[in-house]
Design a protein around this ligand. Structure first.
Ligand code: V47
Length: 372
């Protein structure tokens, strides 16, 4: 039985999707403009099930944010603090290592490590942090530092981006998270994060990482001042780099959270927009294997629905989330493994615990209860 498509602009897109053809810029715009969310979901789900069948991935991870000191003061952000702000914090190396071991007794397979652009922490400090984590938790994957942090460290230390990445990799960095991409369009970027590297530099850092054999994720921040053209342009720029490097594992659309930011007059995104961004991403990013419905940002309820609208991953246990909670997120700071299993099963999907590189994790009694 064929899906009934109410929006006639989606009919030629259906033919392309069914034939496995690449969608164009104009197709992307049509997908963003439609309100026929069921047709959009049908098409995205077709691609999602072609790639992953009925499986939905999650992982057991822990977020660590070593510092919230940041020289950038992006309007979009509620997390970063000035160096002299009495509320700012920077962990000592010992604190980072100790924090990594705290939390639930479910053995984590990944530390997700990001922070602000600290004007004093050296490349050696970051290398020492990674080495110390590897020493203490040799089986845990270190997904550390965004392209923005890498580019900032490289500029400050006057070491080329490639060499900065090499040193961090040699100290234990296994891959990079996808943050900091925001929206590549320069006009928008100047308003929401004018002190950050530009889109071209973000993509160059990702290219350098991929060329060194490091995989990374990628993101897009939506729901602020960007328009549909900016979003489609962003997705296509990611798709073009992926054609070249094949280094992106996962794309994560990130809904702007306005509370406590300089853009707090902007209304929060709607469930409709959140679902739509998942579906459009699945359809446009034909060469990026995974689309993540980040439950902290979407809420577990919407993330669960997203598993039927193009997403195949809902992220992990996280334990202690800060960036979204500083910007008004009302979700939990972490979820238990059993809660993630429940969400996925109730969506009629088959949960698969993965490591960062999407290899299935086999759990034995011992790996449920110890951390290393
Ligand atoms: O880089 C900051 C964004 C990112 C706000 O790679 C905001 O697996 C919304 O990148 N409202 C951090 N977004 C989160 C991130 C991420 C999350 C989960 C998984 C992965 C992954 C990556 O959050 C930042 C920025 O783009 N951000 N402030 C805000 N007020």
């Amino acid at each position: 039985m064929q899906m009934v498509i109410d929006d006639s602009r989606l009919v030629p897109i259906r033919s392309k999707v069914e034939a496995g053809e690449r969608l164009s810029f104009d197709d992307g715009i049509a997908l963003y403009r439609t309100t026929d969310i069921l047709a959009l979901g049908y098409l995205a789900n077709l691609v999602r099930e072609r790639l992953h069948g009925n499986v939905a991935f999650f992982n057991v991870n822990r977020h660590i944010n070593p510092t919230d000191v940041c020289v950038a003061s992006c309007r979009l952000c509620a997390f970063g603090k000035r160096v002299r702000d009495p509320k700012a914090y920077t962990m000592s190396l010992e604190e980072v290592w100790q924090r990594a071991g705290e939390g639930w007794s479910e053995a984590v397979t990944e530390f997700h490590i990001v922070g602000g652009l600290h004007p004093e922490l050296s490349l050696d400090w970051y290398c020492e942090m990674l080495r110390g984590l590897k020493q203490r938790f040799p089986r845990v994957h270190l997904k550390a530092l965004t392209m923005v942090e890498i580019a900032y460290l490289a500029r400050r230390t006057r070491i080329p981006v490639r060499e900065t990445l090499e040193r961090l990799r040699d100290a234990g960095m296994d891959s990079l998270p996808g943050g900091g991409a925001e929206i590549f369009n320069e006009r928008v970027r100047r308003i929401i994060c004018d002190h950050k590297i530009d889109g071209r530099e973000w993509l160059e850092a990702a290219r350098a990482a991929h060329q060194l054999g490091l995989r990374s994720n990628c993101t897009m921040l939506y729901g602020h001042i960007e328009n549909e053209e900016d979003r489609v342009d962003h997705l296509i720029r990611l798709r073009e780099l992926q054609d070249e490097t094949h280094g992106f594992a996962t794309f994560i659309p990130l809904a702007f959270h306005p509370d406590n930011t300089a853009l707090q007059h902007i209304p929060k995104t709607t469930g409709f927009a959140d679902i739509k961004n998942i579906a459009v991403a699945r359809l446009m990013l034909d060469n990026i294997p995974h689309i993540k419905a980040y439950w902290v940002m979407m809420t577990p309820r919407i993330a669960q629905i997203a598993l039927r609208f193009g997403a195949d991953d809902i992220d992990g246990t996280i334990v202690e989330e800060r960036i979204y909670h500083d910007a008004g997120a009302t979700t939990a700071q972490g979820l238990r493994r059993a809660e993630l299993l429940h969400l996925i099963r109730k969506a009629g999907r088959e949960p698969v615990e993965r490591d960062t590189l999407y290899r299935p994790v086999e759990r034995t009694e011992a790996t449920f209860t110890v951390l290393v």
